[in-house]
Design a protein around this ligand. Structure first.
Ligand code: AMP
Length: 388
């Protein structure tokens, strides 16, 4: 099935057209600076890289440009899959777009206002422009929806939790689900307790037991858990009250500080990109070294936490920008788990490949894998399952 996958942000719209059978990607690209001066579409069609400098005052114009670009592919689009950052309390799984499901996407949007409103608008635009095509909503939270209550419930008053739907929703669920599927197949169904480590500019871990999410490190929002490129991860919630009352920062200031000005960027003082931080550390910058040490320290701590939530772990899988590419960070994290008997082979760890691969030693207590993620394919497979 030829599926168009759309990942809309407040000022961007990423797209990919792929075949779920052959997994061939016919076209992919990104509409950038929507609603801002200097908008353009960077894309690759039939293997050729191009850029289209066009006015995109709104998402509707962006969708029109995407469909115009896709005419060059000469493949019929048979369905559209939409990533939704926050499915809230309505989406234990992906769902076909109807008035009702679209309404749900909007109803839960206050939990992720920067993403959900734009995503819901784009879903509506696609449905109205191409009524003959089926649309599917694939929420990033769905995989985590049925984790045990002891994991998702916050120890806050029940009436507050119920009224405001305050709970752990997690994120990166589509990636973690893809990693589970791939690992399950790759290890010939021998994996039962997997810790999936999605380490990119956003980063989260997921404890997956026989295909079910048992816990994850992101919370009500993707701010919780690991240290990330610009996000602080877990800090004492009282930090917010203190900065507000004593520091005089507004709630919006603190929101921006914790989401956009913290993490590797803040500690290193150099960059949110782990490669720049690595280079800084190699040149003797102590703040860069501390940023990396903290990143690795928190990752190893939380991997053990995820393992504890399953009372064990037989497999770990690294994925996303850092997890797939940084042998140094993988080694530093696993090094801190030596007490659990986890060991990686330095030579295997240095191998570069686009395929899933083992990097642990034969006597390691836990199989350690590197598995390239593919959220677009996972979304397209959901579209096929629901519409195909
Ligand atoms: P993502 O959000 O998954 O695209 O990941 C972005 C992160 O991956 C950034 O911190 C990059 O520094 C990191 N990354 C990407 N490529 C490499 C690489 N070849 N080596 C080390 N880190 C990388």
């Amino acid at each position: 099935m030829n599926v168009l996958v759309i990942n809309a942000g407040s000022s961007s719209l990423k797209f990919q057209l792929l075949d779920t059978n052959t997994r061939e990607v016919f076209a992919k690209g990104n509409c950038e600076r929507i609603g801002i001066e200097g908008s353009f579409v960077g894309y690759t069609v039939n293997g050729e890289k191009k850029q289209l400098d066009v006015d995109m005052p709104d998402h509707k114009t962006a969708v029109q440009h995407v469909f115009e670009i896709l005419k060059a592919v000469d493949k019929p689009i048979e369905g559209i899959g939409h990533r939704l950052v926050q499915g809230g309390w309505y989406f234990p799984e992906s769902k076909v777009v109807t008035d009702e499901t679209l309404g749900w996407a909007r109803e839960v949007a206050p939990l992720a206002p920067l993403h959900n409103y734009a995503e819901a608008d784009v879903i509506e635009i696609c449905r109205d422009m191409f009524p003959e095509l089926g649309n599917v909503i694939v929420p990033d939270t769905a995989f985590h929806y049925n984790m045990p209550e002891r994991a998702w419930r916050y120890a806050l008053p029940r009436d507050v939790v119920d009224k405001y739907h305050v709970r752990k929703y997690g994120a990166h669920g589509t990636s973690h689900r893809y990693i589970w599927r791939t690992v399950d197949e790759f290890t010939n169904h021998e994996t039962h307790k997997l810790v999936s480590c999605h380490l990119g500019s956003g980063a989260s871990l997921c404890a997956i037991e026989d295909g079910h999410c048992m816990d994850t490190t992101m919370g009500l929002t993707p701010l919780d858990g690991l240290i990330m490129g610009t996000r602080c991860g877990t800090v004492d919630p009282a930090t917010v009250f203190y900065l507000n009352r004593v520091g005089g920062y507004s709630i919006d200031d603190i929101d921006t500080m914790m989401n956009k000005k913290s993490g590797l960027l803040a500690v290193s003082g150099v960059s949110s990109d782990s490669r720049d931080v690595r280079d800084g550390a190699a040149n003797g910058d102590a703040n860069c070294q501390m940023a990396l040490d903290m990143f690795n320290y928190r990752a190893s701590q939380l991997i053990a936490e995820m393992a504890a939530s399953m009372e064990g772990m037989d497999t770990m899988a690294f994925t996303a920008g850092i997890g797939e590419n940084s042998a140094e960070i993988r080694a530093a994290i696993v090094d801190r788990l030596g007490w659990l008997g986890v060991k990686i082979d330095p030579e295997l760890n240095d191998v570069r490949s686009d395929d899933p691969r083992v990097i642990s030693t034969p006597d390691s207590s836990v199989k350690v894998l590197v598995v390239p993620t593919n959220e677009e394919l996972m979304i397209a497979l959901d579209v096929e399952a629901l519409l195909g």
